[in-house]
Design a protein around this ligand. Sequence first.
Ligand SMILES: NC(=O)c1ccc[n+]([C@@H]2O[C@H](COP(=O)([O-])OP(=O)(O)OC[C@H]3O[C@@H](n4cnc5c(N)ncnc54)[C@H](O)[C@@H]3O)[C@@H](O)[C@H]2O)c1
Length: 292
Amino acid sequence: MTDPRPLTLTVCGSGAMGSQIALVGALAGHDVTLYDIDADRLDVAIGELRTQAERRVTKGRISREEADAAFARLAVTTSLERAAAGADFMIEAIVEKLEAKQSLFREFELLAPAHCILATNSSSIVSSKLKEGLARPELVCNMHFFNPALVMELVEVVEGEHTAPETVARAMALAASMGKHPVHITREIFGFVVNRVLTAIFDEAISLAEAGIASVEDIDVAVRKGLGHPIGPFALLDLTGIDVNYHIKTLQAAESGRPEDGPSQSLTSLYEAGKFGRKTGEGFFTYDGAAQ
Ligand SMILES: NC(=O)c1ccc[n+]([C@@H]2O[C@H](COP(=O)([O-])OP(=O)(O)OC[C@H]3O[C@@H](n4cnc5c(N)ncnc54)[C@H](O)[C@@H]3O)[C@@H](O)[C@H]2O)c1
């Protein structure tokens, strides 16, 4: 894998994911432009990134010089023309709405150099849905980072039927240059690899609990102590959000056309009761930590 540094990298969307992906890129020595339609979000993002960088300097993970150099390589803009000019690579991390992503991809392609790769960080939208109307679909793929992107090492690089092997190679090389571990997913599938494996664990844990085989507390203990997972499936469902997981299962059933892929009975009743997990103080557990 040839190290592509330094690239001119544009990250679209300065929310939870895009802002940290941008800093990871700048820390790795790439020239990064962070683009958002909302100037206030950009201000907030830069403030949060400075706090994160300061924490790393204090802990000795990076030097002050490295932090300063990264911020010197990181520009922000609300101008799409400026964001696309000279870009070698674009990673999109805007709102999870198909139409918004499609129009961004179309506009960006018109403004960017002809060799620029367009990658989406979407957790659920495959890049074949974003290639419509583009002149160069072979340069389009998914690059799925994990939250928090400053910390999590995995990047799933997903190849669509339209994606050129060279695009996959360039995306893998970019991820590696950012200090990440890329994995190549050779065709599009809902949830990619990590979220499919995680969903299978959630589904099995829920079905065991619903059948009365063991309590949610005991299933969590079994998975932690028996499999060495840092957190049990029910605590993780509560942490990531009952609502988020309910929507993922609803989307999965819509994509597969199989009603049995939809949300389970216990997930549905928690969702309908507004018990979304940690964020509402109650889900499978209540947050003094007791099981329901
Ligand atoms: N949050 C996660 O845990 C996570 C993990 C992996 C992947 N993702 C994916 O990353 C993407 C972003 O998620 P997030 O959690 O960072 O979202 P977020 O809501 O925190 O941030 C989205 C940002 O995009 C901006 N935006 C909206 N429309 C835009 C447009 N048309 N052009 C430019 N900017 C626009 C918003 O102003 C906002 O700053 C989604 O596709 C999501 O599926 C999220």
